[in-house]
Structures are given as structure tokens and as C-alpha cells.
Design a protein. Structure first.
Length: 255
């Protein structure tokens, strides 16, 4: 798919799964962390998610995505550890500010939940062609307009990354320093971000105009270029996920 998606071309079991089953896994894994919120159980879901990334041969590709969530994770630990309303047991103190054990326990659950979300979406995004996923959703009855929005969102980050590379090369050829110490990189970042955002918006607008020119809004039944793929064990995987969700709900009610 080139640089316009985060999809990684590999030959793995996860790549050959139905995109709708992977979407169901994302929903199921996130739901399970709320149905059974114990940190040990969430860690089990996280382990399965990371295992899927390994089986899909995209674990290394998921690390930059996980790294982006580190700011959120760090802020969760700080806020909960210092300011959670149930804080009582002091863990350590930094001057007059006290970090509490109860807040750390709450933060651990939240951090694991965030990692599950990031990992599950990484499984979906890195092992699924966006056009294949959107086509499957449209064939199931989703509006093509919503499909176009989803496809545009999935392509936004890779598109901005490609645009950033082109603009950086252009500015570097004009003598702008874009590499070196952190301060130099920060100074170069602000003149670059404006053209990147404007370019991305312009490309999105041009793509929309191109779709309109090709009759995207034309009335009538839509046809598809690709033949419908047959996914092995599709119903079995989906049924297993539904059963796991139901068992978790029963466990929560009984417990």
C-alpha cells in the first residue's frame, strides 16, 4: 500500500483473518477490560494482544505506536499517584508532595487498559488493508460516505508523514537546518508544521473532488472492483469472541 497506510505487508495468520473479526477483537478486548477490571485479568488480555502482534509479525512495527502513548501513560501515573481521592498510604514524597500506593494501583489498571487499546488497534491497523476493511463494512451495509471518512482518517498520519518528508527535504535544500541538537530540531519544526497541515487538508479536499467527479454521490446500487474474499474459520473466531464476552459478563454478575 506504499506510504499512504500503516499496513505492513506480511504473510501471517492474522493478516488472513477477516477485517470484521479483527474489529470485533478490538471491541471485545476493550470491553473485557471494563467488564473485569482487575489488573491481573487486564494483563492477560494485554498478553494475548501482544501475542497476536508477534504472530502477525508486526510487534516491532507496533512499538512506535505504543511509544506515542507514553505521554498519556506517564500523566496517568502522576495524576493518580499524587491526587487520587482514595489516596491514604504514602509510598514516597517529593518535598511536600506525597505519592500514594492507592493511586499507583489505580494508575496500573488504567495504564494496562490504555496498552490493551493501543495494542488491539495496532493489530487491526498494521495487519489490515484499509480499503479491504472499509469495503467489508460497506458490503455489510455501512454508508460509503462513512467508509470514505474512515479511510481518510486511517490515511491521515501516513499522508502527513510523507508530506513532512517532502517539505523537510525542500527546506533543507534551501539551507534550513533540520538536523542536529534538540533546539535546532525544535526551531525547524514550527516552520514545517504549517505547510504540512495545509498540504494534508488540500490533498484531502482534492481527493473528495476526485471522488465527486467519479460519481461517488450518484444514486443507485454501488458495485465493487474486488471479488468478495472467503475467510476461513470466520464464524468460529467471531463466535469464540462473543462467547468470551458473555462468559466475562456472567463471571462479573456471579462474582
Amino acid at each position: 500500500m506504499g506510504s499512504m497506510t500503516l499496513y505492513v505487508e506480511k504473510n501471517s495468520l492474522i493478516h488472513h483473518l477477516d477485517p470484521l473479526v479483527k474489529l470485533l477483537y478490538v471491541a471485545a478486548s476493550i470491553a473485557l477490560t471494563y467488564i473485569l477490571p482487575e489488573p491481573l485479568f487486564i494483563a492477560g488480555v494485554l498478553f494475548i494482544t501482544f501475542l497476536l502482534l508477534v504472530v502477525g509479525k508486526v510487534f516491532r512495527n507496533s512499538l512506535p505506536i505504543v511509544a506515542l502513548s507514553m505521554v498519556l501513560i506517564f500523566s496517568l501515573v502522576i495524576v493518580q499517584g499524587f491526587f487520587h481521592p482514595d489516596n491514604a498510604t504514602e509510598l514516597f514524597a517529593i518535598g511536600p508532595v506525597v505519592f500514594y500506593e492507592e493511586g499507583l494501583t489505580v494508575a496500573l489498571g488504567l495504564v494496562l487498559r490504555v496498552l490493551v487499546m493501543v495494542g488491539a488497534f495496532s493489530v487491526l491497523i498494521l495487519t489490515t488493508r484499509p480499503d479491504e476493511m472499509v469495503e467489508r463494512l460497506i458490503k455489510k451495509g455501512m454508508s460509503p460516505k462513512i467508509g470514505h471518512v474512515i479511510l481518510s482518517v486511517l490515511q491521515l498520519i501516513p499522508q502527513m508523514r510523507a508530506t513532512m518528508g517532502k517539505i523537510t527535504d525542500a527546506q533543507r535544500s534551501r539551507g534550513m537546518e533540520t538536523e542536529g541538537k534538540l533546539l535546532v530540531r525544535i526551531k525547524a519544526f514550527f516552520p514545517l508544521i504549517g505547510p504540512v497541515v495545509l498540504n494534508s487538508l488540500n490533498e484531502t479536499k482534492e481527493r473528495s473532488i476526485a471522488l465527486e467527479m467519479r460519481g461517488f454521490d450518484a444514486p443507485g446500487k454501488k458495485t465493487f472492483l474486488n471479488e468478495e474474499k472467503i475467510y476461513p474459520y470466520n464464524k468460529q473466531f467471531a463466535g469464540m469472541l462473543v462467547i468470551i464476552i458473555l462468559l466475562a459478563i456472567v463471571w462479573r454478575v456471579i462474582g
